[in-house]
Design a protein around this ligand. Structure first.
Ligand code: NIG
Ligand code: FE
Length: 412
């Protein structure tokens, strides 16, 4: 008998997602590796066995038992794209959009990302950390155990570094796993409006090296978009990331098209949004390990009638992940089950594909597939338990929380 052992028993369905550790594509996105009457043995924060309740009872005599009758047990969600460091909701933008303005019109009138800058600059690290922690706790209440968290509303040296410190402090107080990303290239802040290249220089020569030296970021992200950063500026920023030993991810194709292949040299872990995409982009994505991360809650919240072409991506062999894009402008939700629901109803993903996209493929989008995203011996005991008997209920019930328990490294 090992220390700190727990045995989950009698799950109606245990979704193991077991298999290889490469991102899932095509029909493999539908293979959840379901074990009926399933059980999971946990020891010292890791999974030590999965199987049926009968099989695992024989291996474990005195682990604390958690009865999962009438429950679906699955790997905790990996929310691989969030912007949690902000000071206030953007209610003026919300009302303007209801009255008919679009994202770019709101930004041109002083709303959008720039409207969140002052709140972050004026907040202390501990105020921001408290807000991030509150979001992380909400996320785990909905079944999320790993979260990628971006800076991106400070947009000067001190405030971007402060934002990353807030993420680090919140992560220290949360039992799940947090992956920090520097998104200093979110928009050009007002003081550099007349010379955006000077801001790009500060990002490349000052912010990225400092974030790397202080170990405050694993990734650098850039918003490559009309009104944000050009492809050339984005290339400079990603080059600086790689030169400083950081990995890359990109916001691309949200409002207008940019060819994804322009960034092939950086081997981005993930390219995110992808509302505007060509067949050439899809063909390129199908042959790389770069994950296509779709954020349909943003389309929902912006009131759009169009969504990223998930069906076409999956049917073409692209590895698709789903994430919340939690942020104050376009996606104020911490709920992965809500994202799964929108993915099924508006992007025509099947419930099984949506679950794969939110677990193992999300883990691949963060290069964490060896530790996260499936229930297999040796992996972290990051587990979500839902009050449901069939996995299709996860995206089916929407606007309510059916998550019963979340274990993060075995910790409730
Ligand atoms: O992912 N696209 C850029 N960033 C966010 C929006 C941020 C905001 O509006 O505050 C997004 O949708
Ligand atoms: Fe985003």
């Amino acid at each position: 008998m090992k220390e700190n052992a727990a045995l989950l028993t009698h799950a109606s369905q245990l979704l193991t997602l077991r298999g290889n550790v490469a991102p899932r594509r095509g029909s493999r996105m539908s293979d959840l590796g379901v074990i009926p009457d399933g059980a999971v043995l946990i020891a010292n924060g890791k999974i030590s066995a999965v199987g049926t309740t009968d099989e695992l009872r024989k291996q474990s005599t005195n682990a604390d038992e958690i009865d999962c009758r009438n429950k679906v047990v699955l790997p905790g969600f990996v929310d691989s794209h969030t912007h949690p460091v902000f000071a206030a909701p953007r209610l003026i933008d919300f009302e303007k959009r209801i009255a008919g303005a679009n994202y770019e019109e709101i930004a041109a009138a002083g709303g959008g990302i720039r409207a969140s800058i002052r709140g972050v600059r004026e907040s202390s690290v501990s105020e921001l950390a408290d807000r991030v922690l509150k979001a992380l706790n909400e996320m785990s209440a909905y079944g999320t155990t790993t979260v990628e968290a971006k800076s991106g509303y400070g947009l000067d040296f001190d405030s971007e570094l402060k934002s990353l410190e807030a993420i680090q402090r919140a992560a220290q107080r949360w039992p799940g796993t947090v992956v920090p990303t520097l998104l200093a290239a979110h928009v050009v802040p007002p003081e550099h409006r007349d010379n955006p290249d000077e801001y790009v220089r500060i990002v490349c020569d000052e912010m990225i090296p400092a974030a790397a030296q202080r170990n405050l970021a694993d990734y650098v992200d850039v918003f490559c978009e009309r009104g944000a950063f050009t492809p050339d500026q984005s290339v400079r920023i990603l080059r600086a990331a790689v030169a400083n030993g950081l990995k890359t991810r990109i916001h691309i194709g949200q409002l207008t098209h940019t060819a994804v292949e322009l960034f092939a040299q950086f081997h981005p872990a993930s390219v995110d949004h992808l509302d505007h995409l060509t067949d050439a982009d899809i063909a390129w994505l199908a042959k790389t390990d770069t994950v296509a991360t779709l954020l349909p809650a943003a389309n929902y919240f912006l009131g759009l009638s169009t969504f990223p072409p998930a069906r076409k991506l999956i049917d073409s062999g692209v590895a698709v992940a789903l994430a919340t894009d939690y942020n104050p402008g376009t996606s104020p939700t911490t709920s992965m089950p809500f994202v799964l629901s929108v993915a099924c109803t508006h992007m025509k993903m099947s419930p099984a594909e949506a679950i794969t996209a939110a677990t193992i493929n999300g883990a691949c989008a963060l290069n964490l597939q060896h530790r996260k995203g499936s229930l297999e011996p040796g992996k972290d005991a990051d587990i979500a338990i839902f009050d449901a008997s069939d996995y299709r209920e996860l995206p089916y019930w929407f606007g309510v929380n059916r998550c019963w328990k979340t274990l993060r490294g075995g910790t409730p």
